[in-house]
Write a protein that binds this ligand. Structure first.
Ligand code: 5GP
Length: 329
């Protein structure tokens, strides 16, 4: 379906319903939170009832976003059931961190999937997947414009945060002229670019920097591939939370001559590792993550691997070596 047709179809679904639950993926990042809150403000403006729910806590750097206090950590089960559940940036119900059964229990009649991943899947009753969009926040902006609803400063702030973070501060290949035009529109509607950058990039807890030190101490480089990891023990020593691991992988991919990088975080079970993959240019880490049941974008993806650590590293590094990469068509 063409972009405009998807928006028109989605708007008619929204207009025909009164109450919504909005959620996004587990361990929410700036696009998950910013686009969910942006959509919440849009639905408010359309006169709808809306609940926003996440399965995991909101990282501290996003806690001053307008409307953040309305986020709850469980799907509502109250009656009457919401008319629709909207899932942002997810490739399935489980990616939310909630169970499929939680959605069934909630009893929403309709499920709506809005995603911008290349690996996006049509798992819901209505699916709008636009891999060209730099962030789901950009898709929500297009929806808001098409709806004719006023784009308030609160909505603009949330959507700007989504775009800023999901473009890697306007550095990823998804950043094109239209991305800057979008940023300009959002700033003109009240997003304070400096204040948002201060919150997102200059408000880290000391634990995050201690964890970064430990992770960079583990860094390895072999040819054009770099990797690093953090164990539960190292996290505890740094006094770090899961959210403190965000962005570590960007230091690895920032090394000259490195074009594929992976950061492994040991999970509390100590049996599995969460992987954050990054690449430069044509190197496609979405395909690599998909081979292990994960997904994402060409230059940024994630998945989970079984331990122990040395075996997980061996498996993922083998896939990242230049001789194992898939040809680009
Ligand atoms: P991060 O490394 O920042 O956690 O994730 C990078 C990108 O990959 C994000 O766009 C994120 O949504 C996506 N991603 C990470 N893990 C998974 C996963 O397990 N499944 C899918 N489908 N996408 C993932």
């Amino acid at each position: 379906m063409a972009h405009e047709d998807s928006i028109a179809a989605l708007l008619s679904l929204l207009h025909a319903r009164e109450s919504f639950v909005v959620t996004s993926h587990a361990r929410p990042d700036g696009d998950a939170i910013g686009s969910a809150l942006g959509l919440m403000h849009l639905l408010d403006g359309m006169g709808k009832r809306v609940t926003v729910a996440f399965a995991d806590p909101i990282p501290v750097i996003y806690r001053c976003l307008p409307g953040i206090e309305r986020i709850q950590v469980a799907l509502p089960v109250a009656t009457p059931a919401p008319d629709a559940a909207i899932l942002l940036e997810c490739d399935g119900f489980e990616r939310t961190g909630f169970e499929r059964a939680d959605f069934d229990r909630m009893g929403a009649g309709l499920t709506i999937n809005i995603d911008h991943h290349l690996s996006g899947k049509t798992f819901a009753s209505f699916n709008w997947i636009d891999p060209e969009a730099c962030a789901v926040g950009a898709m929500i902006y297009d929806l808001a414009v098409a709806s004719g609803t006023e784009i308030t400063a609160d909505m603009a702030t949330c959507l700007y945060t989504a775009v800023l973070t999901d473009t890697g501060s306007f550095t990823y290949p998804s950043t094109v002229a239209a991305t800057f035009a979008l940023a300009e529109h959002l700033v003109k509607r009240g997003a304070d670019a400096n204040r948002i950058a201060q919150a997102v990039y200059f408000s880290n807890p000391p634990s995050k920097i201690r964890l970064l030190g430990a992770a960079l101490g583990n860094m390895q480089i072999e040819g054009s591939v770099s990797w690093s990891w953090i164990t539960q023990e190292e996290m505890a020593r740094a006094g770090a939370e899961v959210e403190d691991c965000e962005g570590v992988v960007n230091y690895l991919i920032g090394i000259a001559g490195v074009d594929a990088a992976v950061f492994l975080r040991e999970l509390p079970s100590r049996k599995e590792f969460r992987l954050s993959l990054r690449s430069k240019g044509e190197v496609d880490v979405a395909q690599v993550a998909e081979r292990f049941g994960g997904g994402g974008h060409r230059n940024a993806s994630g998945c989970t691997l079984d331990g122990p650590l040395d075996e997980a590293i061996e498996r993922i590094v083998a896939e990242l070596r230049p001789d194992r990469r898939q040809p680009v068509h």
